[in-house]
Design a protein around this ligand. Structure first.
Ligand code: SF4
Length: 612
């Protein structure tokens, strides 16, 4: 590849830093002295991908092996893509600028459904055939992981194998097996058969899917006895013992989360019924404060960052949060290192704690009541009350905060107009609370930002059976809320119902959708998660041309016994438990936090002593 030409082209596009590499802490190795070249591909732009925790972990973990070199790949923005295509520059890795078609393995992380066309675009730019059927032993192995991998069926044609669950251990096992097969001269098929027997590895080509006349699935079966009937997710038992990087690449440009990220725990025990992460990442496993302090010390030293973010699904639930925050503050006080807690839950918000951390103060308080009425919050098992919210908000106003952000979902199962009105009522109560609490100064500064996203039913949740509201229904609800929220000091923003619709199609999609994704990409769809590049009408043409009805996937209520495209994947939480939770939702019955009492979701069967 003409690297001088590439350098020149990089200089001609918007945000060249996206393609330059050479950041502080970037790993440099001699590619000729390793046995495996691995490209970690994030199918979105650099600044989004560089904030991703999984990439930070796996990049440094693979590079700690002497026999492997892991480099990074991000989706080029259309201006760069055009230059690459015009000049026949193949997709390259950031570290060496070498074409990734010469690598051994390309590993994609699938964080959201609307990045699927970018996967195809990266493969095409790399000059690699899109489907496994078209690829030979000489092409790189194309693999994937991440939350969407749990139902990867719409992308089944494009990947050789998929990793289910946490990647730290299984990645090493896969790389070892890959080397072993390479040394023995075994071909790809044999490697895949052996890989399919590693726990957490799914090879889509080894499973067949049969359909009924009504379009639903009749059965999913392995093609022979060399592969297991179900694929069980991988799970790390002890987070203190598992690899965590002691350094991180420090970008030259602003990225979404530009700070040291300390992952305090995995999993969540709350059991919100809409939340896929809360189900697939079970059980809760915490790092100890001792381990976290050690990691923080090394990461601050090695990166020069002046801010630490405590990350997890619900950081306020960390059992030793107060101790950890106090010790981190004490340790880094003199170094002027700040602390941020990005995912506070409403009921775990403690004023004293929040007073100590800087991010909350900078950006305003964020709460996620999710639904506007107690009735609907009980349906979704969001175990918080209006009193919790108002108490926290009042405390915040007393402490000087003037901006409050509130997140809601619309289109939730069992939602009525009353629930939507409840959002407006809540906004008015918060406003009244502010003016009752703050008597004199600062009155003008109050901002209440309300945003709604459209509910997307996800696999492995109690709502995996429900129909998504139609786009027309979602638009009607948005219009209704726009009127309800015409209140001084209140700003309302909402998500595009068409993007949520597509997300719902692919989240619960099956293998038949692969040809639609390919068609949409051929017709020019990429970066579907970016409003300015989203081409909804083109997507609808692709469905039409492939003879597939997207509403079958998004807007159809499923029967109790329907075979789902992901039924051969075992995430620990059982289908029986999810159905039980769905029935409880319809009766507005709550399920308590399983830290207090095990509610029998099935995850404990993944291993002895796995649940706290
Ligand atoms: S098995 Fe019980 S304790 Fe473990 S995650 Fe499930 S409900 Fe919670």
């Amino acid at each position: 590849m003409d690297k001088k030409l590439l350098d020149r082209l990089i200089g001609q596009v918007e945000k060249p830093v996206r393609y330059m590499g050479n950041e502080y802490n970037m790993v440099i190795k001699d590619p000729n002295r390793v046995d495996i070249r691995f490209a970690f591909a994030f199918p979105d732009v650099y600044e989004v991908g560089m904030s991703h925790m999984g990439m930070k972990i796996l990049y440094h973990m693979i590079n700690d092996r002497e026999d492997a070199y892991c480099e990074r790949v991000f989706a080029p923005w259309p201006d760069m893509e055009q230059k690459m295509r015009e000049n026949n520059i193949p997709m390259f890795a950031l570290e060496t600028k070498d074409p990734i078609k010469d690598f051994d393995i390309i590993g994609f992380t699938l964080q959201y459904e609307l990045s699927y066309t970018n996967v195809l675009n990266i493969l095409d730019l790399a000059q690699i055939p899109l489907t496994w059927q078209e690829r030979s032993n000489d092409h790189p192995l194309i693999i994937a992981g991440g939350p969407c991998a749990y139902n990867v069926e719409p992308m089944a044609d494009f990947f050789d194998l998929v990793v289910m669950g946490e990647g730290e251990e299984v990645t090493h096992e896969l790389l070892d097996l890959y080397l072993d097969c390479k040394k023995q001269g075994l071909d790809r098929l044999e490697f895949l058969y052996r890989a399919a027997n590693i726990e957490g590895v799914y090879v889509p080509r080894f499973y067949t899917v049969e359909y009924k006349e009504d379009g639903t699935i009749s059965k999913i079966e392995p093609i022979n006895e060399r592969v297991p009937k179900t694929i069980r997710k991988r799970i790390i038992k002890d987070l203190d013992k598992v690899y965590y990087p002691e350094t991180m690449v420090v970008p030259y440009m602003n990225i979404v989360h530009d700070r040291v990220m300390l992952e305090v725990f995995r999993g969540c025990t709350r059991g919100c019924r809409f939340c896929q992460a809360g189900m697939i990442y079970r059980p809760v496993r915490e790092r100890t404060p001792k381990k976290l302090l050690e990691l923080a010390e090394r990461l601050i030293k090695n990166t020069g960052y002046e801010e630490i973010s405590l990350s997890s699904l619900s950081t306020g639930d960390y059992s030793q949060l107060e101790k950890l925050v106090r010790e981190l503050m004490a340790r880094f006080k003199d170094k002027k290192v700040g602390l941020s807690l990005p995912s506070l839950r409403l009921d775990s918000f403690e004023k004293e704690l929040a007073d100590q951390v800087q991010e909350v103060r900078k950006t305003g308080l964020t709460f996620a009541p999710e639904a506007g009425s107690q009735r609907l919050r009980d349906v979704i098992n969001k175990g918080i009350t209006e009193d919790d919210l108002m108490g926290s908000v009042e405390d915040a106003f007393k402490s000087g905060w003037t901006t409050v952000k509130l997140y809601f979902m619309m289109g939730l199962p069992e939602e009525t107009e009353e629930d939507l009105k409840g959002i407006g009522e809540l906004a008015r109560k918060i406003k009244d609370c502010y003016f009752n609490t703050v008597k004199e100064k600062g009155k003008k500064a109050l901002r209440i930002n309300i945003s709604t996203s459209s509910f997307v039913p996800k696999p492995f949740t109690p709502f995996q059976w429900v129909a998504q509201n139609s786009m027309e229904e979602l638009d009607r609800k948005q219009n209704f809320l726009q009127k309800e929220l015409r209140i001084k000091n209140v700003q309302y923003s909402w998500s595009d119902s068409r993007a949520s619709f597509l997300e719902a199609v692919f989240a619960r999609g099956d293998r038949r959708l692969g040809k639609v994704i390919k068609k949409a990409w051929q017709k020019g769809c990429t970066f579907d998660g970016w409003a300015e590049l989203f081409k909804f009408d083109t997507w609808m043409e692709a469905f039409e041309e492939e003879g597939i009805d997207p509403h079958f996937y998004a807007n159809r209520q499923r029967e109790i016994n329907e075979v789902f495209p992901w039924d051969h994947i075992d995430v620990g939480v059982t289908k029986k438990y999810l159905w039980r939770e769905y029935q409880k939702a319809l009766k507005m019955e709550l399920t308590e936090d399983c830290r207090l009492n095990c509610t029998g979701c099935g995850v404990s069967l993944l291993g002895e002593g796995i649940c706290p």
